[in-house]
Design a protein around this ligand. Structure first.
Ligand code: NAP
Length: 259
């Protein structure tokens, strides 16, 4: 299917690895000009070069912490007028409700709520002026079904979800859509870390912890970054102009709900 976005300019944040990279690969495969970002320059450059080689599109790579004002300013300046924005960053750490003080909550809100909001606010005026834009935020299935150990994530992502719900309706008349993608477990570095922790906590091997986790998912496996990226690219396509303010679960059926 031709996604109709060849030549569009796409900024994908936190995209040297994992789900962000999956989105970048799929958008580049559809012919978009790419701006990639991550903190670590080495992995970022390697990903940028791999995408240039595989898809023959222009790729600009900006090594920066997207959750800092200074990092965001550098990324936005290099990106210029973007047609497509995918917001993403690392998730907040796990813990217990009693572990976190005000500073922990402020840090989580900065990373998972205020950073995507600042990026959206920077991108929207140009998208509205040009009469076309696509914003996809990578959030989490925890928005629909809380993950108890991820209280910081549950809280901050709920705030972003509320902002998107109203704003998406305000910008829809201008040909701009904003939607959220809610990943369940995907096979990335993040789940390697989470399953390693689970294995240690339960005194079992990594493989046993992974198998236990996969067995709890109706699909019986973790998702892939490729599947995730393909959904993101569709949401950014010409065909998805009527999908507005939605929270789309990609979780193999993990959230047990009718709607
Ligand atoms: P990942 O495999 O660990 O990849 C994270 C990517 O983001 C890397 O490229 C990393 O590069 C970059 N990054 C992290 N913090 C950054 C920052 N402050 N500024 C710029 N780049 C940054 O993680 P993932 O699995 O793709 O997860 C992506 C998001 O989805 C996270 O917020 C995670 O909580 C959420 N999520 C993931 C899953 C899952 O199963 N994978 C499930 C639910 C939610 P550098 O480290 O070099 O910066």
């Amino acid at each position: 299917m031709d996604l109709g976005i060849s030549g569009k300019r796409a900024l994908v944040c936190a995209s040297s690895k994992g789900l962000g990279r999956g989105c970048a690969e799929a958008l580049a495969a559809a012919g978009a000009t790419m701006i990639l970002n991550a903190r670590g320059a080495e992995a970022l450059e390697a990903t940028a070069e791999a995408i240039r080689t595989a898809h023959g599109v222009e790729v600009i790579a900006v090594a920066a912490d997207i959750t800092s004002a200074e990092g965001r300013a550098r990324v936005l300046e290099a990106a210029g007028a973007v047609d497509i924005l995918v917001t993403n960053a690392g998730g907040p750490p796990p813990g217990l409700w009693s572990d976190w003080d005000r500073d922990d909550f402020i840090a989580a809100l900065d990373a998972s709520m205020l950073t995507p909001i600042a990026l959206i606010q920077a991108a929207l005026p140009g998208m509205i002026a040009r009469g076309w834009g696509r914003v996809v935020n990578i959030t989490s299935r925890s928005v629909k079904a809380p993950i108890p150990a991820l209280g910081l994530s549950n809280s901050a992502r709920a705030g972003l979800t509320g902002f998107v719900a109203g704003t998406a309706r305000q910008v829809a008349p201008h040909g701009v859509t904003i939607n959220n993608l809610l990943p369940g477990a995907h096979a990335t570095d993040r789940t390697v870390a989470l399953d390693t922790n689970a294995a240690q906590a339960q005194g079992i091997s990594f493989e046993e912890a992974r198998a236990k986790s996969e067995a709890a998912i109706p699909a019986g496996r973790y998702g892939t970054a490729q599947e995730f990226g393909a959904t993101c690219a569709f949401l950014c396509s010409q065909h998805a102009g009527y999908i507005v303010g939605q929270n789309i679960l990609l979780d193999g059926g993990s959230v047990n709900a009718t709607i």
